[in-house]
Design a protein around this ligand. Structure first.
Ligand code: B1M
Length: 216
């Protein structure tokens, strides 16, 4: 099995927005026993990051970025569906979404899938979610954790808004928070008073476990 070749094929598929090739390469990865998350991280995610860089330099335009994102979504859908079924036990409830003004949701969907696969009940509010809605839904389902994703430097402020609103309403002590997204850092999480930061979907699972005091 040539893993590097598969990762390279995945990157090319995203770069070329090859909607037909994506099924072939994801099925090939699965049939060769490659970990779905590794295939996303080392293959498809690298491809979409490269397209993002070309976009930033004005070498590709929004319609091409959108097409590549569609192919990326298709790839993650197929690969995440192949993850082993979640644990039976309910280990905690998480409300999650991408913050107001932000429609990026590929990474957030990976986080949701990984949490579900690890036995958490997850209410995914989608993208462009108002701060008040996170709080309302968390109260409604008696959530243990609220998770927010932000991909734009201009929308990170809503992660802070959530912390401020939780403090104001006296809920900060009862509900833990976790933040993530490409421009988000540990430092930002500390600055706004979030309880945890995760760089990727697997780390998000470990951080939520640790927030809830769950030990294997
Ligand atoms: Co947009 N975009 N985009 N985009 N886009 C970025 C973020 C950008 C960095 C591209 C660039 O210029 N290099 C740039 C932001 C610049 C900035 O903020 N300073 C940008 C821009 C400018 C824009 C628009 C404004 C473009 C325009 O309209 N002119 C626009 C904004 C729309 C809006 O939200 N209001 C826009 C639109 C889009 C598309 C719709 C075309 C598409 C999104 C499609 C979709 O999500 N359904 C898109 C894409 C695909 C990107 C890039 C290229 C890739 C994002 C992605 O999916 N990465 C992105 C460049 C980049 O990030 N390098 C870019 C793959 C994904 C697996 O990783 O999302 O980081 P990521 O998630 C990771 C971790 O961050 C973490 O775990 C995930 C899995 O490992 N994580 C969490 C994420 N959320 C977490 C939550 C957690 C914990 C961990 O706890 C709760």
């Amino acid at each position: 099995m040539d893993k590097e070749k598969l990762f390279k094929d995945a990157q090319d598929i995203i770069m070329k927005s090859d909607n037909n090739g994506v099924e072939e390469v994801t099925r090939r990865a699965l049939s060769e026993g490659i970990d779905p998350l590794e295939m996303i991280n080392e293959g498809f995610r690298v491809g979409i990051t490269m397209v993002g860089e070309l976009f930033e330099r004005g070498e590709v335009f929004l319609p091409e970025l959108i097409q590549s994102a569609e192919v990326m979504k298709k790839a993650s859908g197929i690969l995440m569906a192949a993850l082993p079924k979640g644990r039976e036990a309910k280990r905690g409830a998480v409300v999650i979404g991408t913050v107001r003004g932000d429609i990026h949701d590929i990474g957030k969907i990976l986080v949701v899938t990984m949490l579900q696969a690890n036995g958490f009940e997850v209410l995914d509010l989608g993208h462009d979610v108002e701060t008040a809605k996170f709080i309302e839904k968390a109260q409604e389902i008696n959530a243990d954790v609220i998770g927010t994703s932000s991909l734009l430097t201009t929308t990170m402020k809503y992660q802070k808004e959530l912390e401020d609103e939780l403090k104001k309403s006296g809920m900060k002590e009862k509900i833990k928070t976790i933040v993530g997204g490409a421009p988000v850092t540990r430092r930002w999480a500390d600055r706004i008073g979030a309880d945890a930061y995760a760089e990727n979907a697997s780390e998000a699972v470990r951080k939520v476990e640790s927030l809830l005091g769950i030990k294997e």
